[in-house]
Design a protein around this ligand. Structure first.
Ligand code: DOR
Ligand code: ZN
Length: 377
């Protein structure tokens, strides 16, 4: 068997949720043994808005870590964020910074999951940006334009019109552009200073396009149904956009890092159109495939070196985290992603599998080429 080793990846964009879902997700993350640092998104319900919220959330995550008995456990370190809204004050930024929160995430209002409290007028945040710039507190952007006048597929590129004046007026502000989905964003990021701007790229944006969501690219033998497992915001875009994201990953540019945007929703919510992709099974295998010659799956060592930087070095550099020496191994083996995954945790409010508590993972019922073997080091 062909074994493929990677440095233990960090994940700079994860939705851990709360309550039983959080306990389930943390257990799954540990079982997969994938992660070093995991940056936790604040768009929970209720949201994480203050230093105190973040500390309580951190406690909840630590509790879930403690109760899991991982087969492949490792140094899993949650990095905390708060959500920045139009009500956030510079004082709140100072307190969060003091509490060890690494950054504040800004959602455009009403664009995505739990964003009713999001921002419309970014000029209102100037005092907050000034404080963040002073402290080195990172500002994370969900880069979609909140205006209803701008169509969904154009919202990502249009958001750059909001970002340009912000980087002009706050040249010392360190910021991230989350889950980039377009060539325009890749080009924008390349124009920014290294160390100043980081963009995260999730595996589904790097490997899928809108046609996959709409059901035009179903594998042979599958009905041309839309694929609810891939519904997310920002929407997946075109083949050209995807090509730009792959070029960004394999250019070795430090400004691009892995952020899975793992975003679990239960099946009934997905059926109602909830956006968010469950990519814990298929995400890394899809990215590993990218490091191989696509046709013959021949390993290219230069691309693997660059892939390691994308997965575990670039983000650590930006967020001031140490480097890992630990490795995880995959073997080349076709493995089918489950059609549905039951979310349950013995002893929680979700004590056993239940038909209303299923997750539909990305690539459900389809094979991946790489099976997770374990973690060493
Ligand atoms: O698809 C998405 N899901 N995009 C987001 O911005 C939020 C996320 C979620 O929380 O489910
Ligand atoms: Zn997200």
């Amino acid at each position: 068997v062909e074994i493929f080793n990677l440095k233990v990846p960090d994940d700079y964009h994860v939705h851990l949720r709360q309550g039983p879902m959080l306990r389930f997700i943390v257990g799954e993350l540990l079982k997969k043994g994938f992660w070093g640092r995991v940056l936790a998104m604040p768009n929970t319900d209720p949201p994480i808005l203050t230093a105190r919220d973040a500390l309580n959330y951190r406690r909840e995550i630590d509790g879930a870590l403690a109760e899991s008995s991982p087969r492949y456990g490792g140094p899993f370190k949650p990095l905390m964020t708060i959500q920045i809204t139009e009500q956030t004050t510079p004082e709140m930024i100072r307190e969060a910074h003091l509490a060890g929160v690494v950054g504040g995430k800004i959602y455009p209002r009403d664009v995505t999951t739990n964003s009713e409290n999001g921002v419309v007028d970014y000029a209102k945040l100037y005092p907050v940006f000034a404080e963040a710039e002073k402290l080195g507190f990172i500002v994370l952007f969900h880069g979609e334009h909140p205006s209803r006048e701008i169509e969904g597929l154009k919202k990502s590129a249009a958001f750059l019109n909001i970002l340009w004046p912000i980087v002009r007026d706050f040249p010392g502000l360190r910021l991230t552009l989350e889950h980039i989905s377009t060539r325009d964003e890749v080009e924008w990021v390349r124009l920014q200073k290294e160390g100043q701007v980081l963009a995260t790229i999730p595996p589904h944006y790097a490997t899928c396009v809108l046609d996959d969501v709409l059901g035009y690219n179903q594998p042979r033998g599958r009905r041309p149904h839309a694929n609810i497992s891939l519904i997310c915001k920002p929407a997946l875009k075109t083949r050209d956009d995807r090509a730009a994201l792959q070029e960004a990953i394999f250019s070795g540019d430090k400004r691009f890092a892995y952020g899975s945007d793992l975003a679990p929703h239960l099946f009934p919510a997905k059926c109602e159109g909830a956006c968010g992709v469950y990519n814990l099974e298929a995400g890394l295998p899809a990215v590993i495939d990218l490091a191989h010659n696509n046709e013959h799956l021949v390993v290219d060592h230069n691309r693997i070196d660059i892939l390691n930087r994308f997965l575990s070095v670039n983000g650590a550099l930006f967020y001031g985290q140490g480097f890992t020496r630990d490795k995880i191994s995959f073997q080349r083996k076709s493995e089918e992603v489950p059609r549905k995954i039951a979310a349950f945790v013995p002893g929680s409010d979700w004590p056993e599998p239940h038909p209303d508590r299923l997750i539909v993972p990305w690539k459900n019922g389809e094979p991946t080429n790489w099976q997770f073997v374990g973690r060493k080091g």
